[in-house]
Design a protein around this ligand. Structure first.
Ligand code: NAG
Ligand code: NAG
Length: 597
């Protein structure tokens, strides 16, 4: 366990931290309200991922005598760069480090603290078995034992629904094509209890989940859970339906499924509040047109960023026919979910590695000489035909973006002095910068296309060899882009000694438990900040203004994080706590399924 201070010492600690880091720290725990991304509603419990924007530290660095217009931290998670302020990545890293350290400092260190922290966050008692869960956490040195808000958010809507109805729809869902059901009877081992898969190999997905739950199965109450073996989330919600469930949950009521409001048909935006106010405050003077991510989760949300609907295969794959949102809400599990889906996410062992062997395939950051950002992968994402819009999806877009040699691009090269104004950015021809900055290409041969059309796709891109660990070993910077769904290589990249740039729309199970700008570089889905983020670390075309020391530190952080936060034990701790919550919310007697000390 992370050693933290006694609760009675929290006040002086906070005062000390405030003195050190400014006011953002104290809001971290005392700000008892936040805005729910999906609902935009005032919620009574804080989520450390969404600190109040108004207390974010403003940059200092007034050395020029020119009035400094600070960067604009928009409420949609995007930072607008002001030309007169210093480079925002310095601030983004400093703020992220503060958040990460305060998270560790206030982490509960015994079950009493964890119990009261749970009560404080969620206004309920922890689930029955919480003591066994805590034992597991202590025994296996699981870090940040309070930071499982993702589990709460995934389960919370179901609190507002009648458990008899939930059991009924869960059981009907067992017959849903391409699903399997894991479950456990009283005193029985956990096993596959039902399935409707078209191909037996799809069953393999279940092995990972079973192996994560096996070590703690004796502590799980009876349950049945329908899971998807496929990559994508499926449970698309209607905003009003989910809100009704959440409202009922928060006022301790239970709706029957038939009492849920009717669904509206507004395409993907059915999952967003209807009168979505434009989240971005008007741009301040001095805005350069350059932007960075300051809140990764919010930039994944199409309700804030509708452009995602036209630039990501998760949505493009449906063409002009988005699915109809669900009513009733059916509890079901997937390996990933989007902010428009209510699939309950569960960690996957797919592609998980203990470490990279042999060690020569993972040289230290300083020994890697290629300063280009590297990516190799398949053209996955969606089925590709001449008629659909696959070219606008994330992978073809990334390959085209990085290999384009036409025209110019404006790039924010870092000033050589830390406090100098970052400026407007400079135009550079793509034919100069892209070959110097990127090594991004498809590998192998086209997939997910009709045979004839695959041939055409083959001509459209320069296909290269797949990159094995040895081939990747010389790169200092690597890109991670979503494929058919979440990117399963992220964990391996985090274990490596390369700096990871991640563009994604999937808030994964670990997102509360990792810190963007401390452990990886968050990149916007449209890649508009890719040149700028890379230029900050590697410098301009001649390496001027580089921040290798910050890159090296982030690489150390990321590898340490992967080894401390993404072990099998960490996934078991997550799945254990998740299944306790799930078993309780599905139970006809939820009261008796709660834990108290
Ligand atoms: C599997 O699910 C289907 C559909 O709900 C149901 O008819 C069937 O009885 C279930 N089988 C088992 C073994 O529970
Ligand atoms: C820089 O490039 C942008 C985009 O191509 C273009 O619109 C702009 O006019 C250029 N600016 C200068 C000063 O060349």
């Amino acid at each position: 366990m992370q050693r933290a201070f006694d609760h009675k010492h929290i006040k002086p600690t906070l005062i000390l931290l405030v003195a050190l880091f400014g006011t953002s720290t104290i809001y971290y725990r005392q700000n008892l309200a936040w805005i729910d991304t999906a609902s935009r509603q005032f919620v009574a419990f804080p989520d450390p991922q969404y600190p109040d924007d108004s207390v974010i530290l403003e940059p200092d660095g007034i050395t020029t005598g020119i009035p400094v217009v600070p960067h604009n931290y928009r409420s949609d998670g995007v930072l607008e760069v002001s030309s007169s302020a210093s480079h925002p990545i310095h601030d983004l890293i400093a703020q992220a480090e503060n958040k990460w350290h305060s998270k560790q400092n206030i982490a509960s260190r015994n079950i009493q603290q964890a119990f009261y922290e749970y009560r404080r966050r969620y206004g309920r008692f922890p689930p029955k078995g919480f003591d066994k869960w805590w034992e597991y956490v202590e025994q296996h040195n699981v870090q940040l034992p309070d930071d499982y808000d993702q589990i709460w958010h995934d389960i919370e809507p179901f609190w507002g629904l009648d458990p008899a109805d939930l059991q009924r729809v869960q059981s009907e869902q067992e017959g849903h094509s391409e699903s399997y059901t894991i479950g456990k009877g009283v005193g029985e081992p956990i096993k596959i209890v039902n399935q409707s898969l078209s191909k037996p190999e799809l069953m393999r997905a279940s092995e990972g989940i079973l192996s994560l739950l096996k070590p703690i199965e004796e502590h799980l109450p009876p349950f049945r859970a329908v899971m998807s073996p496929l990559d994508n989330p499926y449970a698309f919600f209607d905003y009003d339906v989910k809100q009704a469930a959440l409202r009922a949950a928060r006022s301790k009521k239970r709706l029957k499924m038939q009492d849920l409001p009717p669904t509206t048909v507004r395409g993907w935006l059915s999952a967003c509040p209807e009168h979505r106010s434009h989240p971005a405050a008007p741009s301040k003077s001095g805005f350069t047109g350059r932007t960075f991510i300051h809140d990764h989760r919010k930039t994944m949300d199409p309700c804030f960023h509708p452009k995602i609907l036209e630039t990501h295969s998760q949505f493009l794959a449906f063409g002009d026919f988005p699915p109809t949102p669900d009513r009733p809400m059916i509890p079901q599990f997937s390996f990933c979910s989007s902010t428009l889906h209510y699939d309950i996410r569960i960690p996957s062992l797919l592609s998980w590695v203990q470490d990279i062997h042999p060690q020569e395939h993972n040289p230290e950051w300083d020994r890697r000489s290629d300063e280009r950002l590297s990516w190799r992968g398949s053209n996955t994402g969606m089925w590709q035909t001449a008629e659909n819009r696959w070219k606008e999806s994330q992978r073809p877009r990334a390959v085209k973006f990085a290999s384009d040699t036409e025209g110019e691009v404006k790039v924010l090269f870092p000033p050589t002095k830390r406090d100098d104004p970052v400026g407007e950015g400079r135009n550079v021809s793509r034919s100069k910068i892209n070959p110097a900055f990127f090594d991004v290409a498809f590998a192998g041969s086209p997939l997910q296309c009709p045979e004839d059309y695959c041939k055409e796709i083959e001509y459209m891109f320069d296909w290269r060899k797949f990159q094995d660990a040895r081939g990747a070993a010389n790169f200092k910077y690597v890109l991670d882009v979503d494929g058919n769904a979440w990117s399963s290589r992220f964990q391996r990249l985090m274990v490596s000694n390369a700096l990871v740039f991640k563009a994604s729309i999937y808030p994964e199970w670990f997102l509360d438990r990792i810190q963007p700008w401390v452990h990886y570089v968050p990149v916007q889905v449209d890649l508009s900040d890719l040149h700028d983020t890379l230029a900050f670390f590697r410098g301009d075309l001649y390496g001027e203004g580089s921040h290798h020391e910050l890159a090296r530190k982030m690489v150390e952080n990321s590898r340490q994080w992967a080894q401390k936060f993404w072990r099998k034990e960490d996934m078991t701790a997550y799945a254990f706590r998740l299944m306790l919550e799930y078993a309780r919310v599905m139970s006809l007697d939820r009261e008796s399924m709660s834990f108290s000390i």
